[in-house]
Write a protein that binds this ligand. Structure first.
Ligand code: TRP
Length: 453
């Protein structure tokens, strides 16, 4: 392992450039692309949402990934430490604390959903899902998530895995899994998207996803949902990419990495949409079914395929692996902070924080069972409400601060040099976006969604 000295402490680094890009991709590609993208797009009406989402990736997401990479590599520190060391005090470091808070919230419900994915994998492994259960796949989903013990058990197992891998260190395990399993998931998605188009719902599904309903453009909630999805899917706004950038040596070129991560992540989401929506219409499922959407639709797809049991097995295995590499990146944000701040060992930080996050996640899980009627924000249940606050508010807020930090508090020459853009046109465009476009876009979306204009 390469060792760089910072504050006299050796710091782990990625073994290679591909190791870093793969890890950043592994963080970005996860449940956000498949589970969250499908259900949020389904609830937000499809086409208009997709268009706004793509715009958010382009004018907010990519510039902010670059900003996060740049901050992390320059400071060689965790998210709070980055702001502290680069800003000589000031209020910037609250962005770091915001990030750590978001990490606790996001991983708490992410682990619940990932636990469901693991359970579905086991259902294919032991054959129970090879034929439809008596109550149908939809009925099964409702009774499984409604059972306190079942849901908590899988939630616990998933969190235990995340904790163990983070305890073992930065790159062991993550690099290998990303190198092999993520491409396999991509291939399987392409095949399944192609198959889904033959199920009879292709015309309706594709037009739902790709034909914007123009009236939706006047709905502020769609903008907020699309922006939140862009931040969530790219792992942005809470310092995941700062933390990963901090393990990177000065030799790497950041812009190429940022574009590859964003391109790949968006590709996965669109493919997932092409896989899910034709099937949604073919099987007569309501696209706005909420967080259960993919759990109801996917088994129906596999059930229609000859040897679909094997396909389902492979799919849920790969999706669980993708969820795992994303979850690791979220826990890593909090662990890196606590290790430095309180001088904790990696093992202790992973154990203590992982356990706390598991406990925080329990109410989200209960929201599908005994606490099913509980709503917090609007008619959102517990999981959706925590997701809403973290993804649609905290992450964009963190992103806003990150953009302003690099855009306004760094010297232009420093920002251009440290980002590897150098004094190029695209470098100046990047800074212009960080200074004006991205912050204004984020603020406008916030203000319009609280009805201020
Ligand atoms: N982007 C991941 C996904 O799509 C989830 C994730 C990892 C994340 N790190 C994050 C989301 C940081 C928000 C912030 O599944």
């Amino acid at each position: 392992m390469n060792v760089a000295l910072h504050n006299n402490k050796p710091r782990e680094q990625w073994a290679s450039r591909t190791g870093f890009i793969l890890a950043a991709m592994g963080s970005a590609v996860g449940l956000g692309n498949i589970w969250r993208f499908s259900y949020v797009a389904g609830e937000s009406g499809g086409g208009a949402f997709l268009l706004i989402y793509l715009l958010c990736i382009l004018i907010i997401g990519i510039p902010i990934i670059m900003a996060e990479f740049t901050i992390g590599r320059r400071s060689q520190q965790d998210v709070v430490g980055s702001f502290e060391s680069l800003s000589s005090g000031g209020a910037w470091r609250y962005a770091g604390l915001l990030g750590v808070t978001a990490a606790f919230m996001i991983l708490s419900f992410y682990a619940v959903i990932s636990g469901w994915i693991m359970h579905y994998f086991i259902q294919y492994l032991n054959g129970s899902f090879w034929t439809a259960p008596a109550e149908g796949y939809e009925g099964y989903f409702v009774s499984f998530t409604g059972s306190f013990t079942q849901s908590i058990l899988w939630h616990f197992l998933f969190m235990a895995l995340v904790i163990i891998i983070v305890m073992l260190g930065v790159k062991k395990g993550i690099e290998l899994s990303n190198k092999i399993l993520m491409p396999l998931l991509g291939v399987l998605l392409i095949v399944l998207a192609g198959y889904s188009l033959t199920l009879g719902g292709a015309a309706e599904g594709l037009s739902f996803l790709f034909t914007p309903d123009w009236s939706a453009f006047s709905d502020p909630a769609v903008y907020l949902a699309a922006m939140g999805q862009a931040f969530f899917s790219l792992s942005l706004g809470m310092g995941t990419m700062i933390t990963y950038g901090s393990y990177l040596s000065k030799k790497e070129q950041l812009p190429g990495a940022a574009f590859s991560v964003a391109g790949l992540d968006t590709g996965f989401a669109i493919l997932a949409g092409v896989m899910i929506f034709p099937a949604v219409f073919a099987f007569g499922i309501d696209p706005s079914s909420g967080p259960g959407l993919v759990f109801m639709v996917l088994p129906d797809i596999f059930n229609n395929i000859a040897a679909g049991g094997i396909v389902g097995l492979g799919f849920f295995f790969l999706l669980a692996a993708a969820a795992l590499s994303s979850a690791i990146s979220i826990l890593e944000v909090a662990v890196a902070f606590f290790m430095r701040k309180f001088d904790w060992s990696r093992i202790r930080a992973a154990l203590v924080i992982g356990t706390i996050i598991f406990l925080i996640g329990i109410p989200s899980s209960l929201g599908f069972g005994p606490w099913a009627g509980v709503t917090i924000i609007g008619d959102n249940g517990i999981l959706d409400s925590i997701d809403f606050i973290a993804s649609n508010i905290l992450l964009p807020l963190g992103g806003l601060i990150i953009a302003l930090f690099v855009g306004w508090s760094w010297k232009t020459v420093d920002a251009l040099r440290e980002s590897d853009f150098g004094q190029t046109t695209i470098g100046y465009i990047w800074l212009f976006i960080l200074r004006f476009i991205a912050p204004i876009a984020i603020l406008l979306i916030f203000l319009s969604s609280i009805g201020l204009f």
